[in-house]
Design a protein around this ligand. Structure first.
Ligand code: GLU
Length: 305
């Protein structure tokens, strides 16, 4: 990178405060941070706190404290999605105005009766409060190139159906909020866990409907337990230890396919992150969609079970 031209790369890590950060979250946080540093870019942290029923009070602050203990600090002030209702309301109003979105009163059981995918409204109770959905026309196929997983194609109409943007209970859907905020924050590169690979085509569709740019995507391998379950859903999802960041940082580094020797002999978080920034090579990232928890755990990511 040139010394004079500022890099336009803007990445982010956007945890939902539904539980403390675990080994899988750390891999996504460190991976997105390393790629941003590698490109001389800006790295942001955003708190995706839009789903109060699933959130645990105080966890967002704990997550930020954990990131700080690991030396991973946002280059700009942290944005909280819970303070961004107006931006989501504006976007939704535009989509409703131009006919891209519509109100829908279908319940889960209405949809279960037609295969679970919304193609047309089949609501049995037309008095219930409506959700708002993005209309996905028949034959909508989205293809994109993922920086690690390669070509991804999804028939969004058949595989996903009309996408919920605001839920019937009034809460904003993650899909709308993530697209609005990534655009507002000028994010150029989204690096996150492969559990969100499947959500990307609908986010691209929504970007097009809103007329905002589509960022580059890179989905890191997901850490799963021996049964192939996503770590956050597993009993084994122990939080990482803020008081002992180095073993977990080193383990996440190895999960990211980088050479273990790179940080040998270093004993502070700053020194370790500096060495990682120097030694990191994106072409070593593992081109797989998951890594088992056992393999990660043996390297000490999640502490003792
Ligand atoms: N907040 C989402 C989560 O924790 C991730 C958002 C994203 O990276 O797009 O699963």
């Amino acid at each position: 990178m040139s010394d004079t031209v500022p890099s336009l790369y803007r990445g982010r890590f956007a945890p939902s405060p539904t539980g403390r950060l675990h080994a899988g979250s750390l891999v996504a946080a460190l991976g997105s941070w390393l790629l941003a540093r590698h490109h001389d870019g800006t790295w942001l942290v955003r708190v995706d706190d839009l789903d109060p029923p699933r959130e645990v009070p105080g966890v967002a602050q704990q997550q930020l404290a954990t990131l700080a203990a690991f030396g991973l600090v946002s280059d700009e002030p942290v944005i909280w999605q819970s303070k961004r209702h107006d931006a989501y309301a504006d976007a939704l109003a535009r989509l409703l105005d131009d006919g891209s979105a519509f109100e829908c009163r279908c319940s889960r059981s209405d949809l279960a009766a037609v295969g679970g995918i919304h193609r047309t409204c089949v609501a049995s109770d037309r008095t219930r409060p409506p959700a708002v959905r993005l209309r996905v026309p028949d034959g909508t196929r989205i293809a994109f190139h993922d920086g690690l997983q390669g070509e991804v194609v999804q028939d969004v109409d058949r595989e996903v159906g009309d996408v919920v943007l605001r839920r019937a209970d009034g809460y904003w859907a993650y899909q709308l909020a993530v697209v609005v905020d990534d655009a507002a924050q000028g994010i150029t590169d989204i690096v996150r866990g492969a559990d969100l690979l499947d959500s990307t085509p609908r986010q691209i569709l929504l970007q097009r409907a809103l007329g905002v740019p589509t960022p580059q995507y890179l989905h890191l391998p997901l850490i799963v337990d021996a049964q192939g379950e996503k770590l956050s859903k597993s009993m084994a999802a122990l939080p990482i230890d803020d008081d002992a960041p180095l073993p977990a940082l080193r383990a996440a580094w190895e999960v990211l396919g980088q050479p273990p020797g790179a940080t040998a002999g270093l004993s502070t978080v700053d020194a370790v992150l500096q060495a990682m920034t120097r030694e990191f090579r994106p072409d070593r990232l593992p081109k797989v969609s998951s890594v088992t928890f056992a393999a990660a755990h043996n390297k000490g990511v999640a502490g003792a079970v």
